[in-house]
Design a protein around this ligand. Structure first.
Ligand code: UT7
Length: 334
């Protein structure tokens, strides 16, 4: 019988560097409330959002990804030609094919990486980290075992300004991480899944339906209350399971960085997990709103660059959203 060769890679993987880019137009709640029937106080009290960043002309999903990836590669000390795979998570790349990851490979000057896009909405970056870790340990990430994971969104194109229940939430930006081989564990087992019975809770309409909108793009629709209830009832459980599978106790965690969807959801997660006061809780939503696939890596990069997350610390990252999908893991800060 013929025996095929199989591949094996590094024993462990970890994040080696991060980078991010925020859309350059800051839209405060005050400005937002000139467009929708709401008040700055209502928005801040219900969500924690004080302002969001919207991309201006020229700040495309590609250009924002390029900036984030260059910063991540600089921090990691790796060159574009060493990258063995690019995994890009987005729900706002407007061309079904080729993948944005392919354009990104060209812009960055990568030579021959595996490159593909994934659609897992707000869980996209954490899905990407899970895939990157698996590729590296399986030996599928090129000679140097290096994977770029990118989350990027330009959601301002798809906001329905007539829907005051969603218009104030979303923002634009990109976040990236270089994931590579490690001598020590740097990414815990991923807890991930989908809740199929709620598949239509958050949607982006069919692309063709966008033709009638001012932006030319389809709208995001969301039943916020259902997502909220699901997050409190179930994402809390998935977050607890992530800590358990990592083999640590909540008090051993240094940083809690959930998807930036709503500060009240973050508060509920903190309570449910019994996180002690010394755990740093990320609240990037105040400045960024909800940037879907890019919210976790943008916030992670910010914490590292501001010195609020330091090398060797542990962080629980967990993304959740449309699908309803979720994914969480504990990472070691580069
Ligand atoms: O990233 C993907 C994951 N997404 C999420 O996790 C989103 C989760 N959901 C949420 O964050 C919240 O559901 C929202 C922030 C979207 C909405 O907050 P809420 O506390 O769930 O509000 P609601 O939809 O239950 O509405 C409560 C009231 C309603 O009025 P009535 O029916 O009680 O009279 C709404 O009409 O608030 C009203 N309302 C507003 N009032 C002022 C809805 N939007 C606004 C607004 N300003 N912008």
């Amino acid at each position: 019988m013929t025996t095929l060769a199989t591949s094996t890679g590094a024993r462990y993987a970890r994040i080696l560097g991060t980078g991010s880019y925020r859309g350059s137009r800051v839209v405060t709640n005050e400005e937002m409330c000139t467009m929708i029937d709401s008040t700055p106080e209502w928005i801040e009290q219900r969500t924690g959002i004080r302002e969001r960043h919207w991309a201006v002309e020229g700040e495309t999903p590609l250009s924002m990804s390029v900036q984030a990836c260059r910063s991540a590669m600089d921090m990691a000390g790796v060159r574009p030609e060493q990258i063995g795979a690019i995994i890009l998570a987005s729900v706002s790349h407007h061309h079904p094919s080729p993948a944005l990851a392919d354009y990104l490979a060209r812009e960055l000057g990568c030579t021959d990486p595996a490159a593909f896009d994934i659609s897992a909405a707000c869980a996209g970056f954490c899905y990407g980290v899970a895939l990157a870790e698996s590729l590296i340990r399986a030996g599928h990430a090129g000679d140097d075992g290096l994977v770029l994971v990118v989350g990027v969104e330009r959601l301002s194109d798809m906001i329905n300004i007539a829907d005051r229940g969603t218009a104030f939430i979303f923002g634009d930006g990109a976040g990236a991480a270089v994931v590579g081989p490690s001598q020590t564990p740097g990414v815990s087992p991923t807890v991930w899944g989908t809740k199929p019975e709620n598949v239509e809770t958050i949607e982006i309409e069919h692309w063709l339906s966008g033709a009638g909108h001012d932006t030319g793009y389809p709208f995001i629709t969301m039943d916020g209350r259902t997502v909220f209830k699901w997050a409190l009832a179930e994402v809390t459980r998935h977050a607890a399971r992530t800590i358990e599978l990592a083999g640590i106790r909540p008090e051993e965690l240094d940083i809690f960085l959930p998807h930036q969807a709503n500060d009240r959801i973050t508060d509920a997660l903190v309570r449910h997990l019994h996180l002690p006061e010394n755990v740093t809780v990320c609240r990037d939503i105040a400045e960024m709103g909800n940037t879907s696939a890019s919210s976790v890596p943008i916030a992670l990069d910010d914490m590292i660059r501001q010195g609020r997350a330091t090398s060797g610390q542990t962080a629980l990252i967990i993304g959740y959203g449309a699908g309803l999908t979720y994914a969480g893991q504990i990472i070691v800060i580069p």
